[in-house]
Design a binder for this molecule. Structure first.
Ligand SMILES: Nc1nc2c(ncn2[C@@H]2O[C@H](COP(=O)(O)OP(=O)(O)O)[C@@H](O)[C@H]2O)c(=O)[nH]1
Ligand SMILES: [Mg+2]
Length: 303
């Protein structure tokens, strides 16, 4: 996880050893840094932004005597990440919203969208477990009525964590399944509804239209895009597309454990303007973590 990014950041920290840098040296370091970022799957606009900040910081940097310049460079990088990633406390805000809806006698409804195979179904169940462990049960809507085996898959996963799964037959209207789940949650006073949906191999206009329709009918409180970290920049582009077309509130990146690059994790919220809420870190249902820039900083810039 993040090996390539870690290398990129530590390289720059190790290489800048001079007490004072000439403009030429700064440019050389920046070019190398940019290349490493691109190779780590960081989106180009984020690479440019980071390079610009790095240039600014390096040209102002006066190394303190008798200190290790690499420690100062780490500080600089720490600050750069701090500036491009959104604020903390995202999960707390979701929990507050659940409480707020609860007072109104309504469940909080979250619609999950994303490409086929990206990790949506697994993520829905992981999130159900995450909230259940914190005292909030949920009803899952098996609104992927398209892919063969999808309903059985989510029912089995739901059973494993003892969460109710509302389903209909294959080919049923996904919005109807979602509304069924909302009604079920309302009548049993369950505070959360998580709607799994179908993806397609291609993120095409039909899929986007279908998600838009479900959103219009169900009126979820949040829409979460679930992307596959392994596809790097493509996940960022897809999230952008879903955001422009359907409108998303948060992003979850699955399969970060299998992704040695990690660039999507630092790009996706900057490019889409939507925060990264959770990351998927394995195939087990407990393999999910709230994302925070502190977490990323600790991984990338060990002190
Ligand atoms: N390594 C790893 N695999 C994952 C993760 N999330 C999902 N997967 C796997 O990705 C595959 C597709 O997941 P699924 O949830 O069915 O994707 P969907 O088509 O978007 O619903 C499955 O084999 C999952 O076990 C993750 O965080 N890490
Ligand atoms: Mg699925």
């Amino acid at each position: 996880m993040f090996e390539s990014l870690k290398k990129a950041f530590s390289q720059i920290a190790e290489k800048v050893k001079m007490t004072e840098l000439s403009e030429k040296e700064i440019e050389k370091h920046i070019d190398e840094f940019k290349l490493q970022m691109i190779l780590s799957d960081v989106a180009v606009e984020v690479v440019d932004k980071l390079a610009e900040k790095l240039r600014e910081e390096l040209s102002q940097l006066k190394f303190k005597r008798f200190t290790d310049p690499s420690a100062q460079i780490r500080e600089v990088i720490y600050k750069m990440i701090d500036e491009i990633l959104p604020q903390e406390g995202l999960i707390e805000r979701v929990l507050e919203k659940i409480e707020e809806k609860k007072k109104q006698g309504e469940p909080l409804v979250i619609l999950f969208v994303g490409p086929n195979g990206g990790g949506k179904t697994t993520t829905v169940v992981k999130i159900a477990k995450y909230f259940k462990d914190r005292g909030y049960s949920s009803v899952i809507a098996a609104a992927d009525t398209f892919r063969a085996g999808a309903i059985e898959q989510i029912k089995k996963l739901g059973e494993a964590i003892k969460v109710k799964v509302v389903s209909q037959r294959y080919g049923a209207d996904p919005a109807a399944v979602a509304l069924d789940a909302v009604m079920s949650a309302r009548s049993s006073r369950i505070p959360l509804v998580l709607i799994d949906t179908a993806g397609r191999t291609e993120v095409d206009i039909n899929l986007l239209e279908e998600m838009k329709k479900i959103k219009r009918v169900v009126k979820p409180d949040f829409v979460i895009y679930v992307g596959d970290a392994l596809i790097g920049n493509l996940a960022v582009e897809q999230a952008k597309k879903f955001n422009e077309y359907v409108g998303i509130d948060y992003v979850v990146l699955a399969k970060l454990d299998a992704d040695a690059k990690g660039g999507a994790a630092i790009s996706i919220s900057y490019v889409t303007g939507r925060p990264l809420l959770f990351i998927g870190t394995g195939q087990r249902l407990e393999d999910i973590q709230p994302f925070s820039k502190k977490f990323l900083q600790q991984i990338l810039i060990p002190h």
